[in-house]
Design a protein around this ligand. Sequence first.
Ligand SMILES: Cc1cc2nc3c(=O)[nH]c(=O)nc-3n(C[C@H](O)[C@H](O)[C@H](O)COP(=O)(O)O)c2cc1C
Length: 204
Amino acid sequence: MKILVVYYSMYGHVLRLAEAVAAGVQSVPGAELVLRRVPDLPFNEAKVRESKHAQEVLSRQKDIPYCSLDDLRSADGVLFGTPTRFGNMCAQMKALFDQMVELWGQGAMEGKPAGLFVSTATSHGGQETTGYTMMVPLLHLGMLIVGVPYSTPGMLHTEGRGGTPYAATTVAGGRNDLLPAAEDLEIAKALGARVAAIAAKLRG
Ligand SMILES: Cc1cc2nc3c(=O)[nH]c(=O)nc-3n(C[C@H](O)[C@H](O)[C@H](O)COP(=O)(O)O)c2cc1C
């Protein structure tokens, strides 16, 4: 059973969530982790070149392959990770969604569980909106949306950190200088495990 974890990250926060999600996937017996990133787009390449922080994060990811349509087709469950861009997914991740028209036409993603993970700069910068606007294309593709139930440790809180029922989240800070809270990483891990466990049940 293959579980695909696919993400884009410029400053490393979504990458850290992806690592936690991946650990959760790997905690489920029979789950084979497929970790992929999506490539940058030309409009952003100069920004990455100009930022030491972004360069360092890019070099940490150099051995992670780009996601192909076959990775999506062969997955039994998928977790998609993105930084917020104006309360929505980033263009790099949207480009992957827009390449999925062939899979949509074939119904290739139908019935597969999908989870989401998201980073925002600020607490109220769009954690929830990014989660649920990403659900729209997932529903078009016929995927089964898997959220984070409130029984997950760390979900019931009032601190300035992540933890939404729509997506595993974290707060990166206005200068992308915060680290994900330990609780955010645990929630991301729990979501990875949940998607893998549900995929296993659906396969029977
Ligand atoms: C074009 C653009 C739009 C952004 N819009 C938002 C936003 O609406 N809300 C917010 O909290 N952060 C916003 N951010 C900040 C990013 O979400 C933040 O850098 C990201 O979550 C860090 O994740 P990463 O370290 O994985 O790249 C925006 C950043 C850019 C470049």
